[in-house]
Design a protein around this ligand. Sequence first.
Ligand SMILES: [Zn+2]
Length: 118
Amino acid sequence: MTESVNNAILGLCERAGWTRVRRIVLKVGGLRRANPELVAFAFSVVSRGTATEGAELSILSLPIVFRCRACGRDTGSESTAFVCPRCGSPDVELLSGLELSIDSMEVEGGGTSPEEDL
Ligand SMILES: [Zn+2]
């Protein structure tokens, strides 16, 4: 995932004329099970020699939320056991948990970026 994130950011840099990225905040859904330390390490490897080299990467972990199709209740979940706590139905729809997007970035050669889905 880090390589595609870095490529997406480099694409933004090219379009916006940014020469250097100092800080990146990613929004990552809980279902992606992103370990912040591992992601930061992997990012430091794939960013080497690019405009994002040395950038500080942080991760905002978004909650897993699902909705019960039987009774309509929304439930936040720490696990992937998707069963409605109200009626016990396993027929649920995932509302949030698979996100991967840029929350914000600090860059040189331009302003702050708008939010961008990857
Ligand atoms: Zn239910």
